[in-house]
Write a protein that binds this ligand. Structure first.
Ligand code: ADP
Ligand code: MG
Length: 227
C-alpha cells in the first residue's frame, strides 16, 4: 500500500500559559489517505481545531511526527511552512472571513496574487472557482450583498483558487441554517468526488454523517475512528 497523504504519530501540542500548561493534543495517531472525506468530531475543547491547525501548518506541533505528502512539518522554517500552505491546503472557517469592501471575484482572486499570477489569469481562475460553487452570477457582489450560505460558498471558492490537494473546514456550517448548510455540504460532496481530500470539523451529527469516515476527539486524543 502507498504511504498515506497525512500521517500523524504521537502528535502533541502544549500551550504554555501563565497558570500552567494546556495539553491540547496528547499523542494523536492518525493516517488519512488521499481522497478521503473525514469528519472530525468531539466536544468543545477536545482538540479538533488544534489538530486542524497542525494539518494546515497554521500552528506547529510540540512533539511527535506529522508528515503530509512526504514532507515532515516539524522543525520547518516559517517560509517553508507558508509555501506548504499555499501549495497544499485550502481553509474554510465558520466565520467566512471575506474582505468586506471587495467583490466576490476579488476575494477569490486574492490568494493567487501571492503566486505572481497575472491579473487576467487571476480573474479567470477566480471566476471558474465561483462557477464551481454555483455563484457565477454573483461575482460582482460584495459580501454584505450575499446571504450567509453564499458568503461561505465564496470562501470555499477562495480556498480552491490555489488548487489544493487538501481542504480543511473548521465548523463550516456552524453559522448557517439547515437549508444553506445542506447547499454547502452538497458542494463538499462534489469536491470530494472530484478527488480533493476533505477534512471537516463539525459537532452536527447530520453534517458528520455525510463524511465517509468519522474521527472522534476527547481530551486531546482520538477515542473513536469509524475506519
Ligand atoms: P475544539 O476545537 O475541539 O473546541 P481546541 O483545539 O480549540 O478545541 O482547544 C483544545 C484545548 O486547547 C482547549 O482546552 C483550549 O482551551 C486550548 N487552547 C486552544 N487554543 C489555545 C491557545 N491559543 N492558547 C491556549 N490554549 C488554547
Ligand atoms: Mg474548534
Amino acid at each position: 500500500m502507498s504511504a498515506p497523504l497525512i500521517r500523524a504519530r504521537q502528535l502533541t501540542r502544549v500551550y504554555r500559559l501563565g497558570g500552567g500548561d494546556v495539553h491540547a493534543l496528547r499523542g494523536v495517531d492518525c493516517d488519512i489517505a488521499e481522497g478521503e472525506y473525514v469528519a472530525v468530531m468531539g466536544a468543545s475543547g477536545s482538540g479538533k481545531s488544534t489538530f486542524m491547525n497542525m494539518l494546515g501548518a497554521l500552528d506547529t506541533p510540540s512533539g511527535g511526527e506529522l508528515t503530509i505528502a512526504g514532507q515532515s512539518l516539524l522543525n520547518r522554517s516559517p517560509d517553508d511552512l507558508a509555501r506548504f500552505r499555499n501549495e497544499m491546503v485550502g481553509f474554510v472557517f465558520q466565520q467566512f472571513n471575506l474582505l468586506p469592501r471587495t467583490t466576490a471575484l476579488d476575494n477569490v482572486a486574492l490568494p493567487l496574487l501571492y503566486r505572481g499570477m497575472p491579473a487576467s489569469e487571476r480573474r479567470e481562475r477566480a471566476a471558474a472557482c465561483l462557477e464551481m460553487v454555483g455563484l457565477g452570477d454573483r461575482m460582482d457582489h460584495h459580501p454584505s450583498q450575499l446571504s450567509g450560505g453564499q458568503q461561505q460558498r465564496v470562501a470555499i471558492a477562495r480556498a480552491l483558487a490555489n488548487e489544493p490537494r487538501i481542504l480543511l473546514a473548521d465548523e463550516p456550517t456552524g453559522a448557517l441554517d439547515t437549508r444553506t448548510s445542506d447547499d454547502v455540504m452538497d458542494i463538499f460532496d462534489q469536491l470530494n468526488a472530484s478527488g480533493i481530500t476533505l477534512i471537516l470539523v463539525t459537532h452536527e451529527a447530520d453534517v458528520g454523517a455525510r463524511a465517509k469516515r468519522r474521527i472522534i476527539f476527547r481530551d486531546g486524543l482520538i477515542v473513536e475512528d469509524s475506519k
